[in-house]
Design a protein around this ligand. Structure first.
Ligand SMILES: Cc1cc2nc3c(=O)[nH]c(=O)nc-3n(C[C@H](O)[C@H](O)[C@H](O)COP(=O)(O)OP(=O)(O)OC[C@H]3O[C@@H](n4cnc5c(N)ncnc54)[C@H](O)[C@@H]3O)c2cc1C
Length: 296
């Protein structure tokens, strides 16, 4: 039986899947294969059956990913069905496809603090660990204990926080591996206090970010001691448009899609911002958004 037929019994498999439908920026060409396993066990079986020359791309909400217009020649792994969240005393364990906002809410309902910022980050936990997501002075690595990863052959490994080597917006996992779950050690606090903190964070976000248009969050990492948005504004690029993409008029470290943007438009704006900031300030802006072509 060809491997594709076997995978159809283990999850949903599609061919030529447009990635614009799976990224919050709503750009990007097709993935050759797109696989959504029923659960962790079927993911493991599928990885063992998939030919080893097929590259994998684990996907969460697609809220930090720029896929090129020519697409991805490999197999995207959609972890949306791996979404359980469990609490045992102070420890919260969630599967990779759990929305971070739901995790924050679940922790708050249990009177546990330490993950409030997740209420404002629109991704899934796997992406949150891979990116060491953070906001408002908090980040995933503050409370993360360990992550479970699945290797390319379908076998599993547990990586402690120190093995994950979590730094600003980056974690280290074995090449072509997939985070399937992570655990956090949290602290007891008053439920209403936690909810109030989350509400304030959400409110601040809604005032300062262009949330009504497709975007991918912060495009660049903040350079040490400075802000990417300030630098981009200082070189006069706030509001700059290329094709259907624009450096947001609300927040200069965001690029928004007016509905007809191509990935190339976004890339052109990224390069223009990098070049202009370097010429004026001799600072190299490093993308925070994961540019798929750079990952391959
Ligand atoms: C409006 C908006 C606001 C945002 N605000 C913030 C913020 O405050 N702080 C912040 O840190 N980020 C922010 N982001 C960016 C983004 O939400 C985070 O980086 C988030 O952690 C990405 O999660 P995701 O599920 O969308 O990952 P994806 O975009 O799907 O993937 C991102 C990267 O992680 C990899 N990945 C995803 N899942 C896995 C997995 N299971 N195993 C291994 N690798 C995986 C992907 O291959 C890719 O390289 C924002 C984005 C938007 C659109």
């Amino acid at each position: 039986m060809p491997w594709q037929k076997s995978l159809q019994a283990l999850g949903e498999l599609s061919h030529s899947e447009p990635m614009a439908n799976h990224t919050t920026l709503a750009v990007g060409g097709a993935a050759t294969w797109y696989f959504k396993p029923h659960n962790k066990e079927t993911l493991s079986q599928a990885l063992a059956l998939t030919p080893k020359n097929i590259k994998l791309l684990p996907l969460g909400r697609g809220s930090n990913l720029l896929v090129p217009d020519h697409g991805f020649d490999g197999m995207v792994i959609d972890l949306g069905m791996l979404n359980t969240i469990q609490i045992n005393a102070h420890r919260l364990t969630a599967q990779a496809g759990s929305r971070m906002s739901k995790i924050a809410q679940t922790a708050a309902n249990a009177g546990l603090r330490g993950l409030e910022f997740m209420a404002t980050v629109p991704g899934d936990l796997g992406g949150g660990i891979a990116m060491n997501a953070g906001a408002f002075g908090m980040q995933a690595s503050d409370t993360c204990l360990q992550a479970e990863v699945m290797l390319r052959d379908g076998s599993e490994q547990i990586l402690s926080k120190s093995q994950l080597n979590m730094v600003y917006r980056h974690s280290q996992i074995p090449k072509q591996s997939i985070i399937t779950a992570a655990s956090f050690e949290l602290q007891t606090a008053d439920q209403q206090d936690i909810r109030d903190v989350m509400r304030d964070m959400r409110h601040k976000r809604s005032q300062t970010q262009p949330l009504a248009m497709p975007n991918c969050g912060s495009v660049f990492k903040n350079p040490e001691g400075d802000y990417a948005a300030r630098l981009i504004e200082a070189v006069g690029l706030k509001g700059k448009r290329m094709g259907g993409a624009q450096i947001s008029e609300i927040h200069a470290n965001f690029i928004v899609n007016h509905g007809n943007a191509h990935s190339d438009d976004v890339t052109a704006l990224i390069q223009l911002a990098q070049q202009s900031v370097f010429e004026k300030f001799a600072i190299k802006l490093e993308p925070e958004v994961r540019i798929l072509e750079d990952l391959q």
